[in-house]
Design a protein around this ligand. Structure first.
Ligand SMILES: Nc1nc2c(ncn2[C@@H]2O[C@H](COP(=O)(O)OP(=O)(O)O)[C@@H](O)[C@H]2O)c(=O)[nH]1
Ligand SMILES: [Mg+2]
Length: 263
């Protein structure tokens, strides 16, 4: 019997999330050469086989980065959040946080808090993929020297994979080799740490609402729009109207919410 492993990739913009997803799937989604990924969107790749009897469905996100803080309209953020949660309805077997060496910033902590703790309720194993290790020999040197910094910050990872997912340019042939090696290492880690069954984030409409409220309230705090947080017992539609959707738009948005298929 074959197993489908569902993985969510998150982390600061520009750390190599899309490059990683492209390398794992063979798809060619656009990588960003600038740091303008302000539209907090998610994208789920086509299912691909990663080894005998195992296939992968990977979801890429834009992630929280400081430059987006003042510039994402609440309407867009809510829409993107609802879409992300809908895309997540079958749950995940593993989370991957993407990070670019060398600097560990507040953004790493924020992304961890939002995706690992708030959205996933700390129920899903997480690994860290550190990109930009092309100048280290071996690439894993970074982990040996810096890996415990995360632990001290309270960020827990099953493993840290030091990698390079760059492509093109004058170093193309070097990158190709390092990318193959990194892809193999990430696939091995996915197989080692993914749960047997996907962990669902919600199972009923009611638990969806609770999750949406919890994650929106966190996000509203991060975006600095505290006045748009859910109030106790406030119906979702009321909040959406407060954020600026018309009643029709709000109804349409909520109508798209599905609950997980039971298994
Ligand atoms: N030097 C180097 N560049 C990388 C690496 N991984 C990705 N990049 C480059 O970093 C830029 C941003 O990558 P992207 O995958 O779009 O990051 P995302 O915003 O997290 O999805 C692109 O120009 C990539 O080619 C890496 O391991 N090393
Ligand atoms: Mg990207």
């Amino acid at each position: 019997m074959s197993q489908t492993i569902r993985v969510l990739v998150f982390g600061t913009t520009g750390t190599g999330k899309t490059s990683l997803c492209n390398a794992l799937t063979g798809e060619n989604q656009k990588v960003s050469n600038d740091a303008l990924g302000v539209t907090f969107k998610s994208y789920t790749y086509e299912e691909v086989e990663i080894s005998e009897g195992k296939s992968l469905i990977i979801t890429d996100t834009v992630g929280l980065n400081e430059s987006a803080r003042g510039s994402v309209p609440s309407r867009d953020a809510v829409k993107a959040l609802i879409k992300l949660l809908q895309d997540s309805k079958e749950g995940y077997n593993l989370l991957i946080q993407s990070f670019r060496i060398p600097r560990i910033t507040q953004a790493e902590e924020n992304n961890y808090e939002f995706f690992v703790k708030t959205i996933s309720g700390s129920k899903i194993p997480t690994i860290l993929v550190a990109s930009g290790c092309e100048n280290l020999e071996p690439m894993s040197k970074w982990k040996e020297e810096n890996g415990n910094t995360f632990e001290r910050m309270g960020l827990e990872y099953k493993d840290i994979i030091c990698s390079c997912f760059a492509s093109g340019g004058r170093l193309a042939s070097v990158y190709d080799e390092l990318r193959d090696e990194s892809r193999q290492a990430v696939i091995e880690a996915i197989e080692a740490y993914a749960t047997v069954e996907p962990v669902k984030l919600y199972t009923t409409m009611e638990s969806f609402m609770i999750l949406l409220k919890r994650s929106w309230n966190w996000l509203a705090g991060w975006l600095g729009v505290d006045k748009l947080m859910f109030q106790l017992n406030e119906p979702l539609i009321q909040l959406l109207i407060r954020i600026g959707f018309s009643r029709e738009e709000a109804t349409l948005l909520l109508g798209e919410v599905g609950v997980p298929t039971s298994k």
